[in-house]
Design a protein around this ligand. Sequence first.
Ligand SMILES: Cc1cc2nc3c(=O)[nH]c(=O)nc-3n(C[C@H](O)[C@H](O)[C@H](O)COP(=O)(O)O)c2cc1C
Length: 215
Amino acid sequence: MMDMVRLDPPAELTMPIGEAMFSHRAMRRLDPDRPVSDAQIQIILDAASKAPNGGNLQPARYLVIRDREAITAFGKLYFEAWWAKRRDAYGWTSKADIPEDSVYRMPALLADEMVNAPAVILAYSETSGVAASSTFPGVQNLLLAARALGLGTVLTTLHPEVMDRVNAMFEVPADKVFHCCIPIGYPRGKFGPTSRMPTSATTSWDRWGQSPPWK
Ligand SMILES: Cc1cc2nc3c(=O)[nH]c(=O)nc-3n(C[C@H](O)[C@H](O)[C@H](O)COP(=O)(O)O)c2cc1C
């Protein structure tokens, strides 16, 4: 029997795309007691599958972690990975080392919170090289589809120190390339506007450094 490929958009994805894009922000505190259904995960991954990718070779592969004990075990490795990244970059080893005004205060919270996620998706690809460019458009679709379902997400990464253990934990074959990790659940915080640079500051028009025709 052929596997089902969804051609029409799922009826659940009714949020206007502008609203999804403009109210999507990093949700690090997820509600462990409000379940996310497998049907919701399928919608999110179906949305991811529709993204552009080089040559339509579709190298992206997703590992969905649903088992509670596995999420707890993964959460411990995520915590270790997050602190390994800060140790490498800044020499920090505990929250007391993080300056008051640091952008890392909130991400430090995610290191504690990962264990509470109702689901975690790890994005891999079949090959390396340009495969990353062919995986992240799908990941962005995934994030927006989750937002449209009212589910919170945050894109995050791991650290080489834990990769072998993560891959062994989930029996990931050695040739798969890890890209990012996305916890999913109903948020304990609120969706809302994000703080970003104006596009006039990030955009050049016709030649580098020339302003676009808006302020
Ligand atoms: C490549 C990448 C790595 C990220 N790593 C982390 C992370 O380790 N921990 C975390 O809490 N958020 C992480 N984020 C989420 C960013 O912190 C977040 O998108 C950014 O601060 C904007 O937040 P906002 O959408 O809530 O405004 C990452 C995002 C990207 C794209």
